[in-house]
Design a protein around this ligand. Structure first.
Ligand SMILES: Nc1ncnc2c1ncn2[C@@H]1O[C@H](COP(=O)(O)OP(=O)(O)OP(=O)(O)O)[C@@H](O)[C@H]1O
Ligand SMILES: [Mg+2]
Length: 237
């Protein structure tokens, strides 16, 4: 299974422990979302899975293999991408240069060019903007570029932190349509952290509620949307 799992993760910053044993799992081709209040440790959990923070206890598994101690670059080589909160684009570089950066792990110039062509097929909105500085793009376009950049090396797992934050409703739709399309086309596994719980749960196969550093509720996206407690606390009644 090319899925990804965090098992009983304990992690934090300095003396502060933020995660007290959080567990999440996404099977291959699954879209899994993690919702929860501000400060509950959602971003910390994604960073722990990617290796930007070393878990103090627990394990990170990919395709059944323990990858807890691997550095982020090594995880990228295995096919794991991370798109942090606040869009991962270089604003002073052009859209094309951003895509080229995403293709850095590829061996040949030729492969990079082919990957750019493929990505532009899948993200037609970026086609007309190749020579623009990424800083000139709208928030939604930046998020699409961040996704396209990660997609350059065809990752098997994409970890995404708050893809919809600060976006206009139309662009939220666009970004989520793109996530669904990549998932359907290549069976890419997604672990998505979201404040916009309703939107994320509506496309997620499964979801988790993270609260005070532990994963408290786990269910299908549809069931979580119908869960009374989730509705009251995270979906605005
Ligand atoms: N670099 C850091 N150094 C110290 N404490 C941090 C750091 N990053 C986060 N924290 C603390 O860890 C806790 C969890 O933060 P985290 O960013 O994981 O929450 P979150 O669920 O992603 O919140 P949000 O919904 O606001 O993005 C918070 O109390 C935060 O202040
Ligand atoms: Mg966060």
């Amino acid at each position: 299974m090319k899925g990804m799992e965090g098992r009983d993760i304990v992690a934090g910053y300095g003396k502060i422990e933020v995660l007290h044993g959080a567990s999440v799992r996404a099977g291959q081709g699954e879209i899994v979302c993690i919702i929860g209040p501000n400060g509950s440790g959602k971003s910390t959990l994604l960073k722990s899975l990617f290796g930007l923070i070393m878990p103090r206890e627990g394990a990170v598994l990919f395709a059944g293999r323990d990858i807890t101690r691997l550095a982020p670059e090594e995880k990228v080589r295995l096919g794991i991408a991370f798109i942090p909160q606040g869009r991962n684009v270089f604003t002073s570089l052009t859209v094309r240069e951003n895509l080229e950066m995403g293709g850095t792990p590829l061996d040949h110039e030729r492969e990079v060019r082919r990957a750019i062509d493929e990505v532009l097929e899948a993200y037609p909105l970026l086609k007309d903007k190749l020579r623009y500085p990424a800083g000139n793009l709208s928030g939604g376009e930046k998020q699409l570029l961040a996704l396209a950049r990660a997609d350059m090396v065809k990752p098997q797992v994409i970890l995404m932190d708050e893809p919809s934050i600060g976006l206009a409703p139309r662009m939220i739709e666009e970004v989520y349509e793109q996530i669904k399309a990549i998932n359907a086309k290549r069976s890419v596994t997604f672990l998505i952290v979201e404040q916009n719980a309703r939107k994320a749960l509506s496309i997620a196969h499964r979801g988790y509620v993270l609260d005070l550093g532990v994963t408290r509720i786990e269910d299908s996206g549809a069931e979580l949307l119908n869960n009374e407690e989730v509705k009251k606390l995270y979906l605005g009644g």
